[in-house]
Design a protein around this ligand. Sequence first.
Ligand code: SF4
Length: 175
Amino acid sequence: MCCRVFPLPILDKAEGQPCKFLCASGCAIHDHRRPEVCRQYACYWLDHEEMPDEHRPDRIGAIVTESGWICVGGDVLPIFVLNQSEPESCRAPEAAAMVGDMVARGRVLLVIYGLAMQIVYDRSRYASISEAEIEVAFRYEQSQDALELKRLGVVDEDYRPLTWAEAEATVRDRP
Ligand code: SF4
């Protein structure tokens, strides 16, 4: 799933497009030439032994990545990015159950397909926080890692750290 879903400029790979190194047995360059980002990356399912087999990304049509923490107001929110293989694939029963469980445990999920981002969280637990505030904080925090993300080749060359005001404008001025 990760070799299909994510965009990877370093491999000339667009979002949703299979990597050119994918072969019948997996990654054709797994042992020696796969990029550092591929060696480093592990999705949430792979990283957590307690996750059941039925939540494996290729079975639920969605891949979850732990993305650290953001501060909004006085709250520190654990952020998880869920990339879908198809629009709405996280609504399939197993995926929806996993999302529901994560949200019940206070996690904030950014559900992404293409350019669309939907923010799923427990609104009663974080009653004073809006979706827009979460998105601004996420975009700001993520952009602070621009240098490392560029080094790994997972963002384009023009990706750069945003100021808080720029992160706000990105969300506010979205068409
Ligand atoms: S290089 Fe290998 S591990 Fe990396 S995206 Fe391509 S197929 Fe997957």
